[in-house]
Write a protein that binds this ligand. Structure first.
Ligand SMILES: Nc1nc2c(ncn2[C@@H]2O[C@H](COP(=O)(O)OP(=O)(O)OP(=O)(O)O)[C@@H](O)[C@H]2O)c(=O)[nH]1
Ligand SMILES: [Mg+2]
Length: 306
């Protein structure tokens, strides 16, 4: 199956809900203040956020106000506006050779897809010929280590782990030292899920970051938040809280298959202006793909690839 088809299938719930909201607005009517207002409401209720929705409607109004509407043409124009908002944040996740090692940490709330993503990324980078040290810094759940070990074995990547309940920060410290002595290219750290309002868990994360900085002042080079694409508006408060603790440098959104809330990525881009690296549309390794603004915008509206 092509990637675009997978993306479109994945976003079908979002696009179905968006198009049912949009079709009533556009069908045959003249575009005036009233239709534009309905459009803005529809975009907001599709999770795109107030600011982005207003921007998009303003753009469309410039071109189409007073014209009679053609559904297809308007959808194309909408896709273009959404692409324009997202495109500046399309950024491939890269390991830089000037860092030795490059240090990447995955953070987020419980169940957002961190461990799966860590496994998929370990696979990707080791296939690119990089020497990867995968760190199971989720020491809360015994199953978490096993889950990561499965990925590490499949991809012949080194796994660093410690016993359950151990201090994740000291494991991270040891892992970076080991990576340095072995001249590894990448240290990829999976962390435990933590709700953004659990102060003691956020403090534990802050400690992990401090320990990384002790060894590498400019690291982590990527502090990536993994967001579950099905949670909608809560993603905004998650990002806000994690940004304060671990200086998030970019985001990854998983579970866009089966989500009706895919529009939230536009709100996140507009509000936080952070790079969007990857999106997940399934559980297999190939289901984690580089973010492409145009493909995403078109799939979001149920349009064909172009
Ligand atoms: N459908 C779908 N499922 C996904 C995707 N990414 C992850 N999952 C599933 O989501 C579930 C949780 O994923 P994990 O990777 O364990 O999440 P986590 O953030 O590590 O969870 P905690 O460590 O408990 O905080 C698993 O069943 C994954 O297979 C995706 O893109 N699509
Ligand atoms: Mg996990």
């Amino acid at each position: 199956m092509s990637w675009f088809k997978k993306l479109t299938d994945g976003l079908r719930k979002t696009s179905a809900s968006a198009s049912s909201k949009l079709s009533g607005i556009f069908s045959g009517k003249k575009i005036n203040a009233e239709t534009l207002e309905s459009l803005e409401e529809a975009l907001i209720s599709a999770d795109l956020g107030v600011s982005a929705s207003q921007k998009i409607v303003k753009e469309l109004a410039k071109i189409y106000e007073g014209e009679s509407s053609d559904q297809d043409e308007l959808l194309e124009a909408l896709a273009k506006s959404i692409t324009d908002i997202l495109e500046p944040f399309e950024e491939r996740l890269e390991i830089l050779d000037i860092h030795s090692p490059h240090i990447m940490i995955l953070v987020g709330v419980n169940g957002s897809g961190k461990t799966t993503t860590a496994g998929k990324l370990a696979k990707r980078f080791s296939q690119e010929g990089k020497k990867v040290v995968l760190v199971a810094a989720d020491t809360f759940r015994a199953a978490a280590i096993e889950q990561l070990r499965g990925w590490a074995e499949k991809t012949s990547v080194d796994l660093m782990s410690s016993e359950r309940g151990a201090d994740p920060a000291s494991l991270v410290y040891k892992s970076i030292e080991k990576a340095k002595s072995e001249k590894a290219d990448l240290v990829l750290i999976d962390t435990a899920g933590r709700l953004q309002n659990r102060i003691e868990l956020m403090e534990e994360l802050a400690k992990i970051i401090r320990v990384i900085k002790k060894l590498e002042p400019k690291a982590p080079h990527n502090s990536l938040i993994v967001l579950d694409g099905t949670v909608g508006q809560n993603a905004l408060s998650q990002l806000k809280a994690f940004k304060d603790v671990s200086a998030i440098t970019g985001l990854i959104m998983t579970k866009l298959d089966g989500s009706a809330r895919g529009g939230i990525l536009v709100a996140l881009a507009e509000e936080f202006g952070l790079p969007i690296h990857l999106i997940g549309v399934g559980e297999n390794a190939e289901d984690l793909q580089d973010f492409n603004a145009k493909a995403y915008a078109r799939a979001l509206l149920g349009l064909t690839e172009k």
